[in-house]
Design a protein around this ligand. Structure first.
Ligand SMILES: Nc1ncnc2c1ncn2[C@@H]1O[C@H](COP(=O)(O)OP(=O)(O)OP(=O)(O)O)[C@@H](O)[C@H]1O
Ligand SMILES: [Mg+2]
Length: 215
């Protein structure tokens, strides 16, 4: 394999993406080929996109309009793709992303209804071309369970995380939609299982897809 391999983690608030990515990082750090993996989060990864992340998620002085929010996410994605993701893939690396364009479809498309999901997919194609994950782990959680988990995590919720249950229901619908139209790359995980069970399933899938890297 010399084209690299692109894996994304998706799902609504508190479904466990960061928990699983942390476990994966620990696991990968023990491998002899650990340098073949890079981890990115969206938006983020370059000085400019980390700054954009702060402006999009934690800027309370002058909240962006929904369309501005969508375009800022897209602008950050162009930077992340061109400066981090594409160079890594062209070096044959495995890229592991905490969220990618499915999040825009779920949040800004289905939940905020800024644009239709089809228009977001078209826009995405125009700005990043044919870069898309080879494999997407979708941690499926009910909005009610996500809400419960979030309310246990007392502080530090960002602007989007503070949205109510109806918003999270729409997000879940958005993920169901995109996972039904791009079925071939989606692997759906039951996010209600224990973190250990979910992680075992992830490693089993990775063995079938990129087994030669897991040494
Ligand atoms: N499988 C699980 N079962 C129960 N609780 C979990 C599970 N996975 C994660 N959690 C807990 O749920 C909370 C959210 O987890 P985490 O931060 O990994 O979610 P996330 O998908 O990254 O959320 P966000 O979209 O906000 O970044 C944390 O308190 C974490 O400990
Ligand atoms: Mg997270």
């Amino acid at each position: 394999m010399n084209k690299g391999y692109f894996i994304s983690f998706e799902g609504g608030e508190a479904c466990g993406k960061s928990t699983q990515i942390k476990k994966l990082k620990e696991y990968i750090s023990t491998l002899s080929q650990k340098d073949k993996f890079i981890f990115v989060r969206e938006p983020g990864g370059t000085p400019l996109t980390e700054e954009l992340r702060r402006l999009i998620l934690n800027y309370e002085i002058d909240k962006p309009l929904p369309m501005t929010e969508l375009l800022l996410f897209c602008a950050a994605r162009v930077e992340d793709v061109e400066k981090c993701i594409k160079p890594a893939l062209s070096q044959g690396k495995i890229v592991i992303a905490d969220r990618f364009y499915d999040s825009t479809i779920a949040y800004q498309g289905m939940a905020r209804k800024v644009m239709s999901s089809e228009d977001i997919l078209d826009l995405t194609k125009k700005i990043i071309g044919d870069v898309k994950p080879d494999l997407t782990f979708y941690l499926q959680i009910s909005p009610e369970e996500a809400f419960k988990r979030k309310s246990k995590m007392s502080e530090g919720l960002d602007r989007i995380e503070q949205e109510g249950i109806e918003f999270h229901k729409a997000v879940a619908k958005g993920y169901d939609y995109i996972s039904s139209i791009e079925k071939e790359r989606f692997y759906v995980l039951d996010a209600n299982k224990s973190p250990e069970e979910i992680f075992d399933e992830i490693v089993t899938v990775l063995r079938t897809k990129i087994g030669s890297y897991l040494k």
